[in-house]
Design a protein. Structure first.
Length: 367
């Protein structure tokens, strides 16, 4: 196990393209940290800098408080699991797992012992004599994991290892990697663009966009308390709904959308925090699960344009004042496309974002 620290790390290509900008990340001993964000956000570049496959332009990288900037990859005691498995096709599973150990001059007994132990953990004991072409995608990914495990490294690095698997296998392998972390208690850094993987696997999540850290925190912390509109929209599936509008202070504080077709009356605590925004434009956010079927005085009528039954829940797509909205409802309701439905939005679960800074107004006002 080891701790990992990136201090003001920046990566610039060709002297002008800033792929990573002033990133600060800390992973403690045995922590499972996930780097998540859209394609091109810099997460894989960060992983490659940790591995030593990319030079750091500015800043410092420490492993167990030792500066690593100029340490060759082979001397960093790191194992990396790639997206495409990177197995040698002419070698058996055993030979693939043994390759790195042979290069490091381990004895035959030590190699055999480590491989048999890893094969037992990963349920590969019956496949050690097969070559990669005789394996399924999930089995090849387990071999890639096994090759990393036998190294017994200080840190495991995962570069979108499940993206080539089908949906069912991805769920299975998510569970396998989580169980592996619980068993090995190793420090792991995992890169993905899939926020579901991030939410279900990581002890700590780093949300990245345009090469910069947007927020670092535990999964539910990011979900319930996003610092800005980007994090709010990226974490959660389906994504948070957004409506642009204005705070109006008449007899009571209200949010009214840009076209004046939709309004929500604010509660007392919201009104206190938003008093400085009276007359100003803001962005309202609300989660799909905070749309409720209702017939009380606060409800209004909508017409579902698309209905997606998902088993125990149903996604509905509709518009509020010309804004596209998605709702997540219990499947016990018989919802049909094109048939009017009375709903309300849970006003206790609203988010408000500054239109200029994109910051969560409640967090900036409270802290």
């Amino acid at each position: 196990m080891a701790n990992l620290k990136l201090v003001n790390v920046t990566k610039i290509y060709n002297g002008k393209i800033k792929a990573v900008n002033n990133v600060n990340i800390f992973a403690g001993d045995g922590e499972f940290i996930v780097l998540v964000g859209p394609s091109g956000c810099g997460k894989t570049t960060i992983l490659r800098m940790i591995a030593g496959l990319e030079e750091i332009t500015e800043g410092e990288l420490y492993i167990d408080d030792k500066l690593m900037n100029y340490i060759p990859p082979k001397d960093r005691d790191i194992a990396m699991v790639f997206q495409n498995y990177a197995l040698y096709p002419h070698m058996t599973v055993f030979e693939n797992m043994a390759f790195g150990l042979k290069l490091r001059k381990f004895s035959k007994n030590e190699i055999n012992g480590r491989i048999l132990k890893a094969a037992k953990i990963l349920d590969l004991e019956n496949y050690l004599n097969r070559k990669p072409r005789a394996l399924s995608g999930g089995q090849m990914q387990r071999v890639a994991l096994g090759r990393a495990i036998v190294r017994n490294p200080k840190i495991f690095l995962f570069d979108e290892p499940l993206s080539n698997l089908d949906a069912k296998l991805r769920v299975q392998m998510r569970t396998e990697i989580s169980k592996l972390h619980n068993r090995l208690k190793s420090t792991m850094v995992y890169v993905t663009h899939d926020q579901t993987e991030a939410m279900t696997m990581g002890n700590k999540i780093v949300v990245l966009n345009n090469g910069e850290v947007q927020q670092i925190g535990k999964p539910m912390e990011l979900y319930n308390h996003p610092v800005n509109k980007f994090v709010a929209g990226f974490i959660g599936s389906p994504a948070m709904n957004f409506i642009n509008g204005k705070i109006i202070n008449e007899n009571m504080m209200k949010f009214i959308d840009d076209e004046g077709l939709f309004e929500l009356i604010l509660n007392d605590s919201q009104a206190v925090i938003l008093k400085n925004y009276s007359g100003k434009n803001i962005t309202l956010g609300f989660r799909p699960e905070d749309i409720l079927i209702s017939h009380d005085n606060n409800s209004f009528s909508i017409t579902p344009e698309v209905v997606e039954p998902m088993g125990n829940e149903t996604f509905i797509y509709f518009s509020i004042a010309h804004n596209p909205v998605v709702g997540r409802l219990n499947s016990k309701f018989n919802i049909k496309k094109g048939v009017k439905l009375n709903i309300k939005i849970d006003t206790q679960s609203l988010y408000f974002f500054d239109v200029d800074t994109k910051q969560n107004i409640f967090l900036t006002q409270q802290f």
